[in-house]
Design a protein around this ligand. Structure first.
Ligand code: TXA
Ligand code: MG
Length: 316
């Protein structure tokens, strides 16, 4: 099918209130018309997602964004610099936006982003915003290919729009803009260094209060079936290895399976490979995945965030 025919099919399903997986530059999203409450309820059901966890609204252009949220000078500047792209802004919700309250779980803020890729063409053709969390069962690894969506949620979706592998590979960076303050709620595909260079001031990390600010940032998340052991210096018997850089001296030949995020030690390449490599090691059936240390700057911040959640104790 041509891209055009595939986009038309996706739009027809969304307009009929059904669920469609769409490729963005970060990960595949599980999309529904954000103004249709029944369709949005279907997202929570298909993912097994807790109802207190709000969804990101995706728009095609600034006019659509400004009907949904109130922008100030700082948030408008961020959108000018980085949209379309892997940046989500949490902003005051505009009354009468038409966004169904299930999307925002009744908050007076909304998480908004303008994605790159076929997802944006779909939204433009639909003429309405879509709500789209990552297209995985809640708590599991986000999909970076149509096949990964098919394997996890295939039977629950009306259609999967195949746009090939995503090129960023980790979810968008989420910022909350309040007056003069820009707070990082989730590290992601746009680095703090890039943001700070653009706005000329430091971004604030850490919570402003006791509540969880991005309610989806539960500790155990992005989890493969295998357990995950971080900052491994040696391979223990029976372990698979998620390597980074030229893996000398770690005993890589002892590992039952190996994937290397980036042999040349490139963090962008590592982010793009992260979820597919975790899935591949899982398919191999390893009980434990040992992960080599990943530098904690640039995209390494988002990679380490996801890996530490994958390694966190799981509620069962
Ligand atoms: O790259 C991405 O952001 C992908 C693609 C599909 O766009 N989407 C994604 O969505 O990662 P999801 O649902 O997996 O993560 C959305 C995060 C959650 O942690 C949620 O709690 C937070 O955004 N969020 C949504 N609305 C919020 C709000 N009003 N205030 C604070 N956090 C919010
Ligand atoms: Mg997710």
């Amino acid at each position: 099918m041509s891209d055009r025919a595939a986009i038309e099919r996706a739009v027809a399903e969304l307009a009929a209130g059904r669920l469609v997986a769409v490729p963005t530059e970060t990960v595949y999203g599980l999309a529904a018309d954000a103004t249709d409450g029944e369709a949005v309820a279907g997202i929570f059901e298909a993912k097994g997602r807790p109802r207190f966890n709000p969804l990101i609204v995706h728009v095609a252009d600034r006019a659509m964004a400004e009907r949904i949220a109130r922008f100030g000078p700082l948030s408008a500047g961020l959108a000018d610099c980085f949209w379309p792209g892997p940046l989500t802004l949490v902003l005051p919700l505009e009354p009468g936006s038409g966004i169904h309250p299930l999307v925002t779980v009744g908050l007076d803020t909304v998480a908004l982003r303008m994605p790159q890729g076929l997802a944006r063409d779909v939204i433009a053709a639909l003429g309405r915003p879509i709500a789209a969390p990552s297209a995985n069962t809640s708590g599991r690894i986000s999909p970076t290919s149509a096949q990964a969506v098919q394997d996890d949620l295939g039977s629950k979706l009306a259609y999967i729009l195949d746009g090939g592998p995503t090129n960023v590979g980790v979810e968008s960076t989420i910022l909350k803009v309040e007056g003069d303050t820009v707070r990082l709620l989730r590290p992601g595909g746009l680095t703090s260094e890039e943001i700070e260079a653009a706005i000329g001031r430091p971004i604030v990390t850490g919570s402003a209060g006791p509540a969880i600010e991005a309610p989806g940032m539960l500790v155990s998340h992005y989890a493969p079936d295998a357990s995950v052991r971080l900052n491994a210096q040696r391979i223990e018997p029976g372990e698979a290895l998620l390597a980074f850089g030229p893996n000398r001296g770690i005993g890589a030949d002892q590992a039952v399976a190996i994937r290397n995020l980036s042999e040349k030690g490139d963090l962008r390449e590592a982010a793009a490979n992260l979820y597919a490599d975790l899935q591949a090691l899982d398919r191999y059936g390893a009980r434990m995945i040992a992960v080599e240390p990943i530098p904690h700057h640039g995209l390494g911040t988002a990679i380490n965030d996801r890996l530490s959640r994958a390694a966190a104790p799981r509620a069962q």
